[in-house]
Write a protein that binds this ligand. Structure first.
Ligand code: SF4
Length: 654
């Protein structure tokens, strides 16, 4: 009997309206866990290399984490995997909510889709019956409308994940949304679903995984939950926090991290979500300003950014909610009477920054509107914001004319023009068609002079955290096998979430901030641990929420009894396979370079990031040596592949 997983995945062939179950050997879970680890293992073997991501042969997979569907706190995420249409590298994106547990409830550890249907279809797995159904009546509808129609048809307890209008139009910055607009946004994977004419997946089941040591598993959770304190904020504390926001100017020189403050972190997340960073990050230098060319305290000072503060946003909160099995519940539903919006998700920090400080836009209502239309269309707000910033700068520099922009005055902070452009991008209308695949593809069309304004890493628009503030982000933005992402393994982010305080079995070398070899060692441990966190389905915020019996829970669930070193080795195997996938696609990720602005070339003359230029290439070389990869080209060495039981990769890379 298998514990913690079902030992099978579902394959769906849309070209032949066919599906079949495949048994997956136990060893594969032990070596690749679940989530994108298992997804990468299966896609590496089954998908031809160098195929076009939007071709019929391309495979898209949906994988819940190994802990997902159990009541282990923060473990409810699923991952979408495939070859990224945006970067051509390994692609993955993840989302919380309730869809991940729903995959497991149908008795599968993953769903993989190949082929292309001639007409719009949706996949339904309800009460053990799998069918491929006509989607012509929901094609063209947004995420919320689609979910509503399908609930009416199949019952309120179904869970869905699918594409909106952006994915249907094959936008390479489109994602896949569940739970009324929570998006697995990055890597452009929505375009793969669109290319297959697959609108959505509808699930309803009641299966449960077996737990190896049920008593211990629940005891561990009980003990953890006892220590978790989350309180609603009293009006006194709210007013204190309000005053604290007023002091953000004095925080400019501080490195903001909530190390060792798990109670506060949980309480802040519950009450404000990630939008807590909106004003603070603009002052400290964490938020990029004016398409990465500005300085918060001068170009988007507190007097402007305060409009976007979490206090202003949460005034509209009507309901708190969260992901499956999460005690923190950092999500919220807002009602905005001024805009006739009855119900929408609270905008995340990334969205507020991408349409706020990045565009010098202080209009909160426009950000509410953009958040709502992007969630409904299932398009990546980081990428859309970066693309609008690029277009504004092209207009400012005379590379786009008023005629090119369909008459839109694309100037900084021009709320109406920004809103119109977002709508055009979603609909691929006029200039929107030129911009709908992100900045790199747009720059290829508009011309070389526009490239410095296209802030991306191998095509992926760079998220809303400046490496001059969190230095190791330069390393992960440039060199993770899915480039241009802030949620991949980087040591500074792990310090904030403090991996060794989250799972006490993790040992990070002491004095790592000052000694480069220790820092590299810490980065390698972080890389391995980060992969297993993801592949277990854990939310990245969880590592800020205090001690958690992560390894003990995994062992109680599966019966594996592996130690921390063995789990970290599993994480390094997963990362090495992700790396091999990207290399097999012919992408020399080791040669990648970040845009000058992102790493401080030339360094800023004033402001909190004054004088900073970030070195990341030499760090990568040293990291490669420690990973057992060739430091010149990032290829895993043959002996490393043998050690990690990845011999099947050797024929592809050598
Ligand atoms: S902290 Fe927020 S995003 Fe993370 S699992 Fe909980 S509700 Fe979901």
């Amino acid at each position: 009997m298998s514990y913690g997983f079902f030992g099978k995945v579902l394959w769906v062939d849309l070209a032949n309206d066919d599906f079949r179950e495949e048994e997956v050997p136990d060893k594969m879970y032990r070596q690749f866990m679940g989530g994108y680890g298992l997804g990468c293992r299966l896609l590496y073997e089954r998908m031809l290399s160098r195929i076009k991501p939007l071709s019929s042969e391309s495979i898209i997979g949906f994988f819940p984490g190994l802990l997902t569907s159990t009541v282990a706190p923060y473990s409810g995420r699923y991952m979408v995997v495939g070859k990224s249409p945006l970067t051509g590298t390994w692609g993955d994106a993840n989302s919380g909510g309730t869809f991940g547990p729903a995959i497991k409830a149908c008795g599968y550890d993953g769903i993989l889709v190949i082929g292309k249907s001639k007409k719009p279809k949706y996949l339904s797995i309800i009460d053990n019956t799998t069918t491929i159904l006509d989607a012509s009546d929901i094609w063209g509808k947004d995420i919320i409308e689609t979910e509503k129609i399908l609930k009416k048809r199949h019952g309120n307890s179904i869970k869905t994940a699918g594409i909106g209008q952006a994915g249907e139009k094959l936008s390479k910055i489109s994602g896949i949304a569940n739970d009324k607009g929570r998006i697995a946004a990055r890597s452009g994977l929505g375009a793969i679903m669109g290319s297959k004419n697959l609108k959505t997946i509808v699930l309803n089941g009641n299966k449960r995984v077996e737990i190896f040591n049920r008593e211990k598993f629940y005891d561990l959770i009980k003990e953890h939950n006892k220590a978790v304190k989350i309180k609603p904020l009293s009006s006194m504390k709210k007013s204190f926090l309000g005053k604290m926001f007023g002091m953000v100017k004095s925080m400019r020189r501080l490195k903001i991290g909530m190390i060792n403050a798990p109670d506060l972190m949980r309480t802040i997340y519950r009450n404000y979500g990630t939008s807590i960073g909106n004003t603070i990050s603009a002052e400290t230098g964490d938020s990029p300003i004016k398409n990465w060319s500005g300085i918060g305290m001068y170009d988007f000072p507190y007097e402007k950014s305060v409009n976007l503060s979490s206090i202003n946003i949460t005034k509209y909160k009507v309901k708190e909610y969260g992901c499956f099995s999460c005690p923190v519940q950092c999500g919220a539903i807002l009602k905005i009477p001024e805009l006739n919006i009855e119900e929408m998700h609270i905008p995340e920090y990334e969205t507020c920054c991408a349409f706020g400080s990045l565009l010098l836009n202080k209009n909160l209502f426009s950000i509410f509107q953009i958040n709502d239309i992007c969630n409904r269309a299932a398009i990546d707000t980081i990428s859309v914001g970066a693309t609008v910033a690029y277009a504004i700068e092209c207009y400012e520099k005379g590379l786009l004319s008023l005629e090119d922009t369909d008459g839109l005055e694309l100037t900084w902070g021009n709320t109406e023009a920004i809103l119109s452009l977002v709508n055009k991008i979603i609909r691929r209308e006029g200039i929107g068609d030129l911009l709908a695949d992100g900045v790199k593809i747009a720059a290829d069309k508009i011309g070389k002079e526009s490239e410095p304004y296209a802030i991306n890493s191998l095509g992926s628009e760079i998220p809303m955290h400046d490496p001059r503030y969190f230095e190791s982000l330069a390393f992960s933005y440039a060199f993770d096998p899915t480039p241009g992402r802030h949620t991949t393994a980087s040591i500074d982010f792990a310090e904030i979430g403090s991996y060794d305080k989250f799972e006490k079995k993790v040992t990070l070398p002491k004095k790592r901030k000052k000694n480069i070899n220790k820092k590299i060692e810490a980065q390698v441990i972080t890389t391995g641990f980060h992969q297993i966190l993801n592949c277990a389905g854990m939310c990245m915020f969880s590592t800020s929420f205090g001690p958690y019996p992560f390894i003990d829970l995994l062992n109680a669930l599966t019966g594996w009894n592996d130690n921390i070193d063995e789990y970290i080795a599993t994480g390094l195997r997963i990362q090495t396979l992700r790396q091999a996938f990207t290399l097999r696609e012919g992408i020399e990720i080791s040669q990648n370079e970040l845009p000058d602005r992102v790493v401080g070339l030339p360094p800023a003359k004033k402001g909190p990031l004054k004088g900073k230029t970030i070195e990341y290439k030499d760090f990568y070389k040293k990291y490669c040596i420690r990973m057992g990869w060739n430091p010149e080209n990032g290829y895993p060495l043959k002996k490393t592949l043998e050690k990690l039981d990845l011999e099947f990769v050797i024929k592809d890379l050598y």
